[in-house]
Design a protein around this ligand. Structure first.
Ligand SMILES: *Cc1c(COP(=O)(O)O)cnc(C)c1O
Length: 382
């Protein structure tokens, strides 16, 4: 079986993990946690980061610290993994769903149209006239590792006084190579950024996440809230409702080892993407989706767009599976999921097309040329 995406743990992970176990520090206090935070901060060229249990926890804290309150609203994409949206609900707020464009990232022309024509700037904040609620923030997802247009987002969020939260859970290592944001990493440009180290992400800690914030105080607050908001650890005094979200030393030990491999993995992902692309170049019924041209993207996932392909998408996936090749469709659109079907969705027109015409191809870092030859040969048979 050629799997869709599996982790590769072949560096110092085991050594660091052994070291953490031997030290007896397995829980949230332990030197690997702060070391991982420091090394991530150095990699991302930011002053600091905060390590948590998951990307979802990172997004939850980022939204909380953005000041999103009960009955307020947050603009989110419909085409993404649901963890980008659920924290809005955790806070008692409401999502407004936006369409995607040909990059799979949020359609910013539609976002601008929505802000311009449907909203009014007021003393209390940006009023959504159709619901009467205040819109507090935008959550942008760098889908499959492709940089979203952050220049446009920064200016829109500034003009409409919205917080900008970057879900960079799929985009660790993606960075601008030109323009005014040259050198800046996905997840370090908005007010907050969130990363994930889940098993299928570009590097993994089994499960884990990381927060970045423009404001240093927010990061300190994130750490505080992630560790039960303890004001006096001896007498158990708390002045706020906290969470049990802090990363453990065991996760962080894996993370330190994985981070050492990140650049090599990105190189490999980009190389494999290029190889797939060369194998598919003469076909007009399928094509690989491209990534943002102004960035060095991490090429986390490879999406194949079917263009009047003679077998339908599901038939093609079945045939690939019968040949031992695992593929996946992309996510069911969130505005159509049971919990969110009554929420506002603003002219969702392109996302359904991509949802029904894309499949994700095997993309693990340890994928061999022979695997890709076989996958494309199998694609060619139908
Ligand atoms: C993986 C992912 C998350 C959640 O990360 P976890 O670490 O699994 O909680 C959130 N958003 C997107 C877009 C993701 O792909």
């Amino acid at each position: 079986m050629i799997p869709l995406s599996v982790p590769v743990l072949k560096g110092n992970e085991k050594k660091y993990l052994d070291d953490a176990i031997t030290s007896g520090w397995v829980s949230t206090a332990g030197s690997y946690v702060t070391r991982f935070e420091r090394e991530m901060a150095d990699y991302l060229k930011v002053p600091n980061t905060a390590a948590v249990q998951s990307g979802t926890a990172a997004l939850h804290l980022a939204m909380l610290l953005s000041g999103i309150k009960r009955d307020e609203e947050v603009i989110v994409p419909t085409l993404t993994f649901i963890a980008a949206v659920n924290p809005v609900t955790y806070l008692g707020a409401h999502p407004i769903f936006m369409d995607c464009d040909h990059t799979l990232n949020m359609d910013l022309e539609k976002l601008e149209m929505f802000l311009k024509t449907e909203c009014t700037k007021t003393q209390e904040g940006l009023l959504n006239r159709s619901t009467g609620r205040i819109i507090k923030a935008v959550v942008i997802v760098h889908v499959f590792g492709s940089m979203a247009d952050m220049e446009t987002l920064l200016s829109l969020c500034k003009e409409y006084r919205l917080k900008l939260i970057e879900d960079a859970t799929e985009a660790l290592g993606t960075k601008y190579t030109e323009g005014s944001l040259k050198g800046r990493f996905a997840g370090t440009i908005g007010d907050f950024g969130a990363y994930s180290f889940n098993g299928n992400k570009i590097i993994t800690t089994g499960g884990g996440g990381m927060i970045t914030a423009r404001n240093e105080e927010d990061l300190k607050k994130a750490v505080y809230l992630s560790a039960q908001a303890k004001d006096d650890p001896f007498h158990y005094i708390h002045h706020e409702v906290g969470y049990n979200y802090r990363m453990t030393n065991l996760q962080a030990a894996l993370g330190v080892g994985q981070l050492e491999c990140l650049e090599e993995y990105i190189e490999k992902k980009r190389e494999n993407y290029g190889y797939y692309k060369s194998l598919l170049k003469d076909r007009d019924d399928v094509s690989l989706l491209s990534f943002c041209e102004k960035a060095r993207n991490n090429h986390w996932f490879y999406s194949l767009l079917l263009n009047n392909h003679k077998s339908g998408r599901d038939e093609l996936m079945t045939r690939l599976r019968e040949s031992g090749i695992e593929t996946r469709p992309i996510w069911k659109l969130i505005h159509t999921q049971t919990m969110y079907k009554d929420c506002q969705a603003y002219y969702i027109e392109k996302a359904p097309f991509y949802q029904s015409n894309l499949i994700n191809l095997p993309c693990s870092v340890n994928l061999k040329e022979a695997d890709m030859n076989f996958i494309v040969k199998t694609l060619n048979e139908g």
